[in-house]
Each structure stands twice: as C-alpha cells, then as structure tokens.
Write a protein that binds this ligand. Structure first.
Ligand SMILES: Cc1cc2nc3c(=O)[nH]c(=O)nc-3n(C[C@H](O)[C@H](O)[C@H](O)COP(=O)(O)OP(=O)(O)OC[C@H]3O[C@@H](n4cnc5c(N)ncnc54)[C@H](O)[C@@H]3O)c2cc1C
Ligand SMILES: Cc1ncc(C[n+]2csc(CCOP(=O)(O)OP(=O)(O)O)c2C)c(N)n1
Ligand SMILES: [Mg+2]
Length: 603
C-alpha cells in the first residue's frame, strides 16, 4: 500500500469534497501542512491572506455567497486566536465552514512550550464540531467528519492538527463518499389542517402583512404571488433583502433601524403577520403584540420565539406559501395595503430627490445612484458593518443575478474586505464590490494586499465620514450623551491603496465617482475609491418624528409625509381590529422608552 503524509491525506479529502481553494497564513506549527499545500498546489489554490481573521471571515462569507463550505487555517497560538472572529461570524449566521487549527507537536504540548496553549477549550463554545487529531491515521477521517458536521449543523467545524501528525506517513487507504452527500434541501410540506387554519386567519384579517427573512430565500416567486393574491404588503428582515427584487411595488423593505420608513411605518398597524423564515433578533420590538401570527419555519425552536404565534407551521417556506396560494381565496386591497404603497412612493421619491445632489461633502444617494446604474447585473456586494448597512438596505436596488453578503447577527466590522476575497475567488469573472465605512475598512485594509496579489477584480468603496457614524448616531439620538470615542482622522486611503499596488481614487462629487467607477470597470484587478462623504447621519426610521420641525430640518425631510397622512387618506383605522392604537395608548410611556433605542443597542 502506498504511504502518504497525514496532511496530504487531509488534502485528498478536501479535494474529494470539491474544495479547490483554502485561505490561511503559515506558521512553524503548520509546516507539515504547508508542505501538503505545496504538493496540492495544482488542485487546491492557497490564498494567502494577511491576517488569519480575514481568512476565517472569507471562509464564512463563502457559504453565504455560494452555498459551498469554505476552509481556512491558522497556526498554533496567535494564528489560532486570530481565527476566532470569523468563526463567530459563521456560528451566528448559521454558516458551514471548516477551520484547520495547527497545534505544536504532541511531544511539546502541555509543557509551557513556544506558542502552545490548550486550544480545544477555546473553540468549544464556537464550533459545531471541535476535535484534535489523536493519531495521524485519523486525520483524513476527521476532516471528512468535519465537513459533514459543518454542513449538517450549519456552523464552523474545527480540526486541531498537531504538527508531527501532519508529517507522519500513513497508509493511503481512506476514500470518502463525498459524492453521495446531498446538500439539496428537502424540508417538510405543511399539514392540511394548519393550512386551513392559516387561510381562515387570512380570510378574516383586516390589514395583513408578510414578514419574511433569509429562510425564504428560495421562495421569491411564491412571496410575490402570495402578496399579489392576498394583497399583502411585504416587509423583511435585513437578511431578507434581495430575495424579492427591490422594484417589486408591494415590497416595503426591511424593518428596524437599518430598514426603510414604509416598512417601519406599517408594522404596528398589521392585525395579522405571515412570518416566513425570519428569526431577526430585533423583531421582538416590532409589530402589535395583539397581532395574530402565522409563523412558517423549518426549525421548531424558532416557533413563537419572537412573538406569540396563532398558527405555527413547521414547514418549508416555499412549499407552504405555494399551498396557501393554491388553496386560498383572493383578497381585495386592504386600507393598509393602499396606504403602504403610497407611503413607499413618497419615501422612494424623497430618496431619489437627492440622487443628483451636489452638496460637499457629498451625500450617499448620488453614490448609490451610480452603483445602481453601473454595477453589473451579476455583481457581488460585500457589505461591511456600520451606516453602510443602512444605506445599502435603503438605496441599493438589487436586481438580476446580483448577490450580497454582510455579517448579519454577529455584525463584525471588517467583514467587507475578507468577504470580497471570497466573492472574487468563487466568481473570478464577476464584478465584486467591497462597500465599507472608514472605520470598518481600517480594520481589514491590509487585505488590499491580497486582492492585489491575486489580481482580484474588486472595487473597494470607502465611505469616509471621519466618524464611527453608526455609533455616533446612537450616542446622539438614543443616549443623548456627548460624542465619545467616535471621531476618526481623515486618511488618504487612495494613497494607502497605491502603496499596496491597488489603483486609488479620491472622489468628492458624483461626477468624480462615476468616472472612477468607469475606470475601475475597465481595469483588471482591484481598485479603491475613497468617497469623502457628509458627516450627516441617515434618516432615523426609529425616531421618525415628522411632526417635529427640528427632526424634519435635520434630515431635509420636508417632502416626507408621516404615515398618519396615508392612514387617514386610505382609512387605516387607528382603533381597527389590530388594536394598534389601543397598544399605543395603553403603554404610551413604555413605547416611547423602547422605540427611541436603536436596533443594535436594544440588545
Ligand atoms: C449593523 C447591523 C444592524 C442590523 N440591524 C437590523 C435591523 O434593523 N433589522 C433587521 O431585520 N436585521 C438587522 N440586522 C441583521 C440582524 O442582526 C440579523 O442578522 C437578521 O435580522 C437575521 O435575519 P433572518 O432572521 O432573516 O435570518 P436568519 O437569522 O438566517 O434566520 C432565518 C430563519 O429562517 C428559517 N429557515 C431556514 N430555511 C427555511 C425554509 N426553507 N423554510 C422556512 N424557514 C426557514 C431558519 O430556521 C431561521 O429561523 C443588522 C445587522 C447589522 C450588521
Ligand atoms: C469589530 C467591531 N467593533 C465594534 C463594533 C461596533 N460598531 C458597529 S458599527 C460601528 C461604526 C462603524 O463605523 P464606520 O465603519 O466608519 O462606518 P459609518 O457608520 O461611519 O458609516 C461600530 C464601532 C462592531 N460592530 N464590530
Ligand atoms: Mg465612518
């Protein structure tokens, strides 16, 4: 029988699983596996990131963008610790990924050796599966198991690999059955009696709405048909954005601080919420507590977790919506439906009115107007964490085959650049955008070096407002405290980029931005566009006090109408069966307290 090293045997398993690249950064404790990386270089590409965290975040982003498990590694000690943030991102967003963590040789463990520490307990709270190889022979079997567990349990699997086992020769006799592994979802259909109960509620509701999330990602057509047939406005979680194209007239956008005004306006007026594949942590603050809820989710732990549920449906979003569409009777437009559509028109017109603004420093609307018009129909957007989440959510009109990703529940700054590495690696022929604030970009800017080294076609857009804006807005609007620790210096990011072999542009108006994007699209490789933008914060959909002249003046919101205007016009009764106003009256003080805190700080 042929002999093979433990690490080479591990790479054979990766290869059999169709993994053709791996992110990481070497260290002495990983020499044996770096040797295997060299041996496998024609089949498995090594993407050498400049920080292990970037490799781990890229591996996490990989599944979010492509549905395929990503693999990263770090060396013992500091390399292992640097992986943590990416693994937490995967844990929070229920994302399969595999991390190979080097350990010092077995004979050097537990004796106060260089870079050695007891690694396994560090990863226990994070990983869905976490084991250290105890023999060289076990390495290929363990890697096969790690990949299976990551897929099945939807999270990071960790294989800790002592250096000596990676060198040891073992029999080359392990062959896995990766080809037999099915990742095609096969979720349950709803039970008939639950469908009947749900339809009864839909029939009798006055102002029903749909609230969908990431779990409805395969149900785009059904959501639109459902909304059309039952005349329900659609609202979503932030991770639901992109499932229904933004142009769909009955889609009001996401709810919460990040979301749009119309979706936030209508939520408390609904007397029935059809809650589809959505587990947003902030949703405990949304909706009328008296509203009835039909909740569709494949995970029983989620049913009733965020709101009392009238009809729980432990079933697949697509199948359930289809069953309801087929068995249900059409409904006429409700007052809330009409008011919502008119509210949305007003909101969109207001946003668009700034598209050609020539204010200096520039507003963000002109930037997104250019991106909307010029980005490729199959562009992939890696979105960092901060105000960029708000601006992307409200201003980006996703269409065609465009994809996007962010750090959803874990919400780590510095996600954009690593996620762009993943996007550019998986889709080398697509246009990739990294959209980041100046604070978030600074955290992972060294990955420009990686983009340049592998000639990745990434357009990095840095929104320089010289502040940690998302937190500044909280300090001003919620806690009413003096600004503390949020100011950032203005950097010349274009010059920094040039120093890292990335073409850099600095732009101060729409024309300059448009020209920079045109140039970027004609070039190969990465580009950075530093946009010097306003210090003004995005419209606060949480305060949303359009009856306050100071609020209106602050956001230039003279053309925006409060929801009460549309409610009055279309007869959304304040004291309708929803009990919306009842709730407001009963707990007015309490509502004021909680509603002024942000989605983020509400936790
Ligand atoms: C700075 C920042 C601010 C944020 N602010 C907001 C905010 O204001 N509002 C907001 O909504 N989010 C916000 N987020 C995102 C938020 O933290 C969560 O990541 C997000 O709300 C989760 O969305 P989700 O529930 O749709 O997705 P997930 O957490 O992925 O949940 C999906 C649900 O669908 C279920 N599911 C999966 N497959 C199916 C299927 N086939 N059929 C039925 N069910 C299925 C799952 O079991 C799960 O319950 C913010 C993020 C950042 C970075
Ligand atoms: C690693 C990490 N540290 C801190 C935070 C808290 N946080 C969320 S958004 C934000 C500010 C983002 O600033 P910037 O990137 O400049 O974007 P802006 O909001 O100014 O557009 C901070 C500090 C976080 N989410 N992640
Ligand atoms: Mg900033």
């Amino acid at each position: 029988m042929t002999k093979i090293s433990g690490s080479d045997a591990m790479f054979q398993v990766l290869y059999d699983w169709g993994i053709d690249h791996i992110y990481g950064f070497p260290g002495g404790s990983f020499d044996s596996t770096m040797n295997a990386i060299h041996n496998w270089r024609d089949k498995i590409k090594f993407i050498e990131v400049r920080h292990e965290e970037a490799g781990a975040l890229a591996a996490s982003a990989e599944y979010k963008i492509s549905g395929k498990v990503g693999v990263c590694f770090g060396s013992a000690g500091p390399g292992a610790v640097h992986l943590m943030n990416g693994l937490y991102d995967a844990k929070y967003d229920k994302t399969p990924m595999v991390a190979i963590v080097a350990n010092v040789p077995t004979s050097r463990q537990d004796i106060d050796f260089f870079q050695a520490f007891d690694e396994k307990p560090w990863f226990d709270p994070i990983a869905v599966w976490n084991h250290q190889a105890k023999t060289a022979e076990s390495i290929p079997v363990l890697m096969d198991e790690a990949i299976r567990q990551a897929y099945q349990r939807k999270g990071p699997a960790v294989l800790i690999l002592p250096k000596d086992f990676g060198w040891d020769k073992i029999e080359d006799n392990f062959r896995n059955n990766a080809a037999a592994h099915k990742v095609v979802p096969n979720f349950p259909a709803p039970r008939k009696e639950q469908v009947d109960k749900a339809l009864e509620l839909i029939k009798n509701a006055e102002n029903p709405i749909v609230y969908f999330g990431h779990g409805a990602e395969d149900a785009s057509a059904e959501l639109k048909e459902f909304s059309d047939k039952f005349k329900m406005p659609l609202v979503s979680s932030v991770l639901g954005k992109g499932i229904v194209e933004d142009e769909f007239p009955a889609y009001m956008g996401s709810i919460g601080r990040v979301g749009a005004k119309p979706s936030n306006d209508i939520q408390t007026h609904a007397d029935l919420v059809v809650w589809v594949g959505n587990n947003s942590p902030f949703s405990v603050f949304f909706f009328n507590p008296n509203a009835k809820v039909i909740q569709i989710d494949i995970n029983s732990e989620r049913l009733g977790k965020r709101h009392a549920v009238t009809v729980p449906m432990l079933a697949d979003a697509k199948k359930t919506l289809r069953a309801l569409i087929e068995a249900g009777e059409s409904r006429p437009e409700s007052p809330l439906y009409k008011a919502a559509l008119a509210d949305r028109e007003n909101w969109e017109a207001w946003l668009e009115s700034f598209n050609d603004s020539d204010e200096i420093p520039m507003r963000v609307e002109p930037i997104f107007d250019v991106i909307n018009k010029k980005a490729a129909d199959d562009a992939v957007f890696a979105v960092d964490v901060g105000n960029v989440n708000i601006n992307f959510d409200r201003l980006m009109h996703l269409h065609g085959d465009q994809k996007w990703t962010t750090s959803g529940l874990y919400a780590t700054m510095g996600y954009g650049a690593p996620a762009s590495l993943a996007a550019a690696t998986i889709y080398p022929n697509r246009e990739v955008w990294n959209l980041a604030g100046d604070g978030g970009f600074a955290m992972m800017n060294q990955e420009l070096l990686t983009q340049a080294r592998y000639n990745m076609h990434v357009i990095n857009v840095v929104f320089t407002n010289e502040t940690l804006g998302y937190i500044e807005a909280e300090q001003v609007d919620e806690s009413h405290q003096p600004l503390s620790g949020v100011k950032l210096p203005d950097n010349d990011w274009a010059m920094s980029a040039e120093g890292m072999n990335v073409k850099g542009f600095t732009v101060r108006n729409k024309r300059e931005f448009e020209d920079a994007v045109t140039a970027a699209q004609q070039m190969e490789g990465p580009v950075l566009i530093d946009c010097k933008i306003t210090h003004d914060m995005p419209y606060s959909t949480e305060l949303n006090t359009l009856d306050d002249p100071a609020f209106v003046a602050k956001y230039d919101a003279q053309a925006l109408k409060p929801f009460s205007y549309f409610a009055g016009k279309y007869g959304v009764e304040a004291d309708a069966a929803s009990g919306a106003s009842e709730h407001e009256e009963e707990s007015a003080e309490e509502v004021v307290e909680t509603d002024t805190s942000s989605g983020a700080s509400r936790h």
